[in-house]
Design a protein around this ligand. Structure first.
Ligand SMILES: Nc1ncnc2c1ncn2[C@@H]1O[C@H](COP(=O)(O)OP(=O)(O)OP(=O)(O)O)[C@@H](O)[C@H]1O
Length: 296
């Protein structure tokens, strides 16, 4: 498909480069992810999109150093991730996995405080835990056992844990995998705004794996589109990317737009021919990319 760099070269507008992936590959069972080349600037918000099983979480785990690449290198602040000590890395970046697997009966406050374990003397811990719970709209869950909470309540406590982890950092990195999937629409919106405010106030970059196209289009600067283990596009989250999204999912999409933002709706029963197998499908894609190039 189209080289990702054709649409966006990442961090080339004078921003401070935070994370670089160079020629990264990893084998995950039947899926080979990569080679991936990516650049992320401090303070950017990027949504990772793609069909189920495409390799989105795998990409996030490589950025988090939860997985080591079989080839290539991931650099954070120009230093290979492999050279970071566990405690330095824990202070600099926080990871919210899709499945957090904390099934034991810890109190909510302790689950959030787990985000602070890399700090040895931390006089502000109790205060930060409280404030992180408030940001994640989970204050009222204090005193409860984590394993008695609903899915959406557990997700908010886990979100508070990652906020607490990078609470007093500058220019850190938040890596979150479907963080709002278990939330109702009102909570989804207010927690998305909370995450944005939190990241913006500290200069943190925010990278989120998402299935919600509307969140991606309205709250993120950039989209990384992953399909079959390949990064097929790296582009701005603007209406002109809708044809790319149709190619990504093989589904016709309808874009609605007003002064409040955009909505992207799948249209039933109208499949898009996939690029690579149908030459004519290349056309809207090329036009979109040329339009993006022209805007730069
Ligand atoms: N530890 C593993 N061992 C073997 N295969 C794996 C492992 N982890 C992931 N995979 C496979 O790699 C592929 C990509 O998985 P990944 O979790 O990155 O997909 P995804 O795009 O995040 O999917 P979803 O949207 O369904 O969460 C899948 O086919 C998955 O089965």
């Amino acid at each position: 498909m189209v080289p990702a760099a054709a649409a966006h070269d990442g961090a080339t507008h004078g921003e401070r480069l935070m994370l670089v992936m160079h020629d990264v590959c990893v084998d995950m069972g039947r899926l080979r992810l990569g080679p991936i080349h990516l650049r992320l600037a401090a303070g950017e918000r990027v949504a990772i999109l793609g069909p189920s099983g495409a390799g989105k979480s795998t990409l996030l785990r490589l950025m988090a150093r939860e997985l080591r690449p079989s080839r290539g290198e991931v650099l954070l602040d120009r230093r290979p991730l492999a050279h970071w000590s566990a405690s330095d890395l824990a202070r600099r970046r926080a990871v919210l996995p899709q499945q957090h697997g904390v099934a034991f009966g810890l109190p909510v406050e302790l689950v959030v405080a787990l985000g602070r374990v890399a700090r040895q003397s931390d006089g502000r811990q109790d205060c930060i835990v409280q404030e992180a719970l408030a940001q994640a709209q989970a204050e009222h869950l204090q005193g409860r056992r984590f394993d008695t909470l609903s899915g959406g309540e557990q997700a908010r406590v886990q979100l508070a844990r990652v906020l607490a982890q990078v609470w007093d950092e500058r220019d850190g990195l938040l890596l979150v995998d479907e963080p709002l999937a278990a939330m109702d629409p009102g909570l989804t919106l207010s927690l998305m705004q909370s995450m944005r405010r939190f990241a913006a106030a500290r200069g943190h970059a925010l990278v989120a794996v998402l299935h919600d196209l509307n969140l991606a289009m309205n709250h993120f600067d950039r989209l990384w589109m992953v399909k079959d283990g390949q990064l097929i596009a790296d582009c701005d989250a603007v209406p002109a990317t809708v044809p790319l999204l149709e190619q990504l999912y093989g589904t016709r999409l309808r874009l609605l737009q007003d002064q409040h933002g955009m909505a992207v709706l799948p249209v039933m029963g109208r499949e898009v021919p996939l690029t690579g197998t149908h030459a004519q499908a290349q056309e809207p894609l090329q036009q979109t990319l040329h339009a993006m190039e022209a805007r730069r």
